[in-house]
Design a protein around this ligand. Structure first.
Ligand SMILES: [Zn+2]
Length: 87
C-alpha cells in the first residue's frame, strides 16, 4: 500500500486558521502571536501567501475609495505585477 497519497496536492492544513488571522491582521486586530504565526506560515505556504496578498490589495482598494466603480484594468495589472515581484 502506498502511504504517499496525502502529499500529492498539498492544500493548507491550517488554512481556516490562517484566514482568520489574516483578516484580524488586516483589520489591525491581530495579537503579536497571531501576526508571528501568520508571517511565519506564509513564508512557507504559497496558498496562504497568495491569499494574503490578494486580501491586502483588496483592502487597499476599498480604503482608497474605489467602492462603486470597477477596478481599472491598469490598476489590476499593477497589483498582479506587485504580487509576482514580491514572490
Ligand atoms: Zn497555509
Amino acid at each position: 500500500m502506498s502511504a504517499n497519497s496525502e502529499s500529492k496536492h498539498s492544500p493548507c492544513k491550517e488554512y481556516a486558521q490562517c484566514l482568520e488571522y489574516l483578516h484580524l491582521m488586516l483589520d489591525n486586530e491581530a495579537t503579536k502571536e497571531q501576526k508571528t504565526f501568520l508571517m511565519d506560515h506564509i513564508d512557507k505556504c504559497m496558498v496562504c501567501f497568495e491569499q494574503y496578498e490578494v486580501e491586502k490589495q483588496l483592502r487597499l482598494l476599498i480604503k482608497t475609495g474605489v467602492t462603486s466603480q470597477p477596478v481599472p484594468v491598469d490598476l489590476a495589472n499593477q497589483i498582479k505585477n506587485k504580487v509576482f515581484q514580491s514572490a
